[in-house]
Design a protein around this ligand. Structure first.
Ligand SMILES: *Cc1c(COP(=O)(O)O)cnc(C)c1O
Length: 379
């Protein structure tokens, strides 16, 4: 097999930077020379540009995606004892903030083909104490938002979209109306962690909402609960996006659609190579959503995953397990309500998934090298 020159990585942030280096370097230096490190003009400009891109009335920036979820739940007035439903198959942050605020995380299983939250399971989990649902748009495509919104409306639930992995994805309703992921529910929460689809060069996050009153509350809570400086109306947090990160994000936002397209080229290539392989299941697409492929995740059938990962690593190919343990079996989240076997789909996924490198700078030679090796090792 032809050897690839460049080291293969899950995400190649250096090559991506090199293509926009002059612009980024200038923007970062401009912030340094302005000394407007906090709440500078780039933060306001980024907020406005992201609102326009998403077609949403309000974007409030904050320190990271986990804070975004926490601030959203605080602003919605959720109280200890309130139940919040979310998927068992997700990154821990989603459930962490629910628990941290003294709310009760109620976990439900996901669909085996798309990895998104199971709608029947969601509806069944609703009790009189349920106040909100957090659909996670896992790996880059939307959960079934049309049905989630219908059920939420019927039961008077808040919808907090965790859009950390799916910024830019489009959801189409059955009447043809299109909306960006994260702008459909009461609030969307995203992350600008470097490896996310719109990543900065440090930590960052944001909330989106069309509700002006909720936007004002989230703005206030993210800034120590003050509307006017030194007058504190509620208990808040200190969570902000700094100006250097905002300046970087302004530049990268202009490339976001092109980045999503590049990720789709990679995903389509993998799909084609691995289609109908008896030992691999390729990820299914959600019908009403575009996919921005934060991750490309295969399910293995009858393969020693640990051994495969070691063999791939020895050939210079990284592969990751997102996620190895279901939330309900994590030590910190063990709960007498749940036991092994309760969420069979998530449990099976955690045992069989493997994510291959996918990013904006992947060339065909690298893709071919990865695929040839995976196929050879599965034989
Ligand atoms: C990354 C991520 C978060 C948290 O974002 P941070 O910026 O790392 O705090 C939350 N939910 C999901 C699904 C994520 O992937």
């Amino acid at each position: 097999m032809e050897k690839v020159e460049k080291k293969i990585q899950m995400v190649d942030l250096l090559s991506q930077y090199e293509k926009i280096q002059a612009e980024i370097d200038k923007a970062v230096l401009d912030v340094i020379h302005s000394t407007a490190f906090i709440n500078g003009p780039d933060v306001k400009a980024f907020k406005t540009e992201l609102e326009k891109y998403l077609g949403v009335k309000n974007v409030i920036t904050c320190g990271n995606g986990t804070d975004a979820l926490q601030i959203a739940m605080m602003a919605l007035g959720l109280k200890p004892g309130d139940e919040v439903i979310t998927a068992d198959f997700t990154y821990v942050a989603t459930a962490e903030v629910i628990a941290l605020l003294g709310l009760t995380p109620v976990l439900v299983d996901v669909y085996p083909d798309t990895f998104e939250i199971n709608i029947e399971a969601f509806e069944k989990a609703i009790t009189p104490k349920t106040k909100a649902i957090v659909p996670v748009h896992l790996f880059g495509q939307c959960a079934d938002m049309e049905r989630i919104m219908q059920i939420a409306k019927k039961h008077n639930l808040f919808v907090i979209e965790d859009v950390a992995q799916a910024i830019g994805a489009d959801y189409t309703f059955s009447d043809g109306k299109k909306q960006k992921a994260g702008t459909i529910g009461d609030v969307g929460c995203t992350s600008f962690f470097p490896s996310k689809n719109l990543g900065c060069y440090g930590d960052g996050g944001a909330m989106y909402t069309n509700n002006d009153e909720l936007a004002a509350k989230m703005q206030m809570i993210s800034n120590h609960g003050q509307r006017v400086q030194y007058y504190h109306d509620s208990i808040g947090v200190n969570s902000r996006l700094d100006s250097i990160q905002a300046a970087i994000l302004r530049i990268k936002l202009r490339h976001l659609d092109e980045y999503a397209a590049a990720r789709n080229v990679v995903a389509n290539y993998y799909d084609k190579v691995f289609a109908n392989h008896p030992k691999i299941k390729t990820p299914s697409r959600v019908k009403n959503s575009t996919h921005v492929f934060h991750q490309y995740t295969l399910q293995l059938n009858g393969i020693d995953r640990t051994k495969l990962r070691e063999q791939l690593a020895s050939r210079g190919i990284p592969a990751m397990i997102y996620y190895p343990v279901p939330l309900h079996l994590q030590k910190a989240y063990l709960d007498s309500r749940y036991k092994a076997g309760d969420f069979p789909v998530t449990e099976k996924l955690c045992a069989t998934v493997i994510s291959l490198p996918i990013h904006t700078e992947m060339d065909e030679a690298t893709l071919k090298y990865i695929c040839d090796n995976v196929l050879e090792l599965l034989n």
